[in-house]
Ligand binder design. Sequence first.
Ligand SMILES: Cc1cc2nc3c(=O)[nH]c(=O)nc-3n(C[C@H](O)[C@H](O)[C@H](O)COP(=O)(O)O)c2cc1C
Length: 205
Amino acid sequence: MKHIKISDIEDMSKIYRLNLINSVTGYKSAHLIGSQTSKGNTNLAIFSSVVHLGSNPALIGFIIRPTTVPRHTYSNIKATGTFTLNAISKKQIADAHHTSAKYPENISEFDKTNLEIEKKNDWNAPYVKKAPIQMGCRYQNEYHINENDTIMIVASIEHLYISESLLLEDGWVQLDKGDIITINGLDGYAAPQLLERFPYARPKA
Ligand SMILES: Cc1cc2nc3c(=O)[nH]c(=O)nc-3n(C[C@H](O)[C@H](O)[C@H](O)COP(=O)(O)O)c2cc1C
């Protein structure tokens, strides 16, 4: 096996290191975060850092890169307190990836892709039409990560919409039934397939 040491990582070119370190920790969740300015200009951006924080209360977290350049998702969430999380399905990957392009604040990624706005529940942020899972989230807190100047946002899930065919009787959501994709690194998109579901594990006698 190839052995890479911390000194090798430090000496790598920026792109090689970025690809390597973004891939090695495994497949990541894929979401489009919808938000809007206080004036109502919509914004959409892809994020691979959304994680489950807890189910009671229902909380999620995600990481915002250093705010040394404009981060519209962050400033919109600070302005409105709300955003949406939208799962990405196979057919949407090219457009979803394109939302990472740096457009000025007055240009909406919804106008530059085939992704469409869906407004519901008077939520102060746009959902992505046809996303198999949509969540209306409310900002709760943020934590500055000193080591790399990133910010972890903590938010509650206040509205949850799930395509009926994915939602099983016990509340479990079968993601592959919605062709929901996952992210490999920073620019690779993969489609996982469920292998098996196990009962709650108990110690062996
Ligand atoms: C696959 C992928 C995953 C990304 N994940 C994140 C992330 O977790 N956090 C982040 O701050 N930016 C992430 N980005 C970058 C944002 O999508 C990009 O900076 C985007 O322009 C942000 O838009 P905004 O300024 O409208 O918020 C990711 C980009 C790609 C292609």
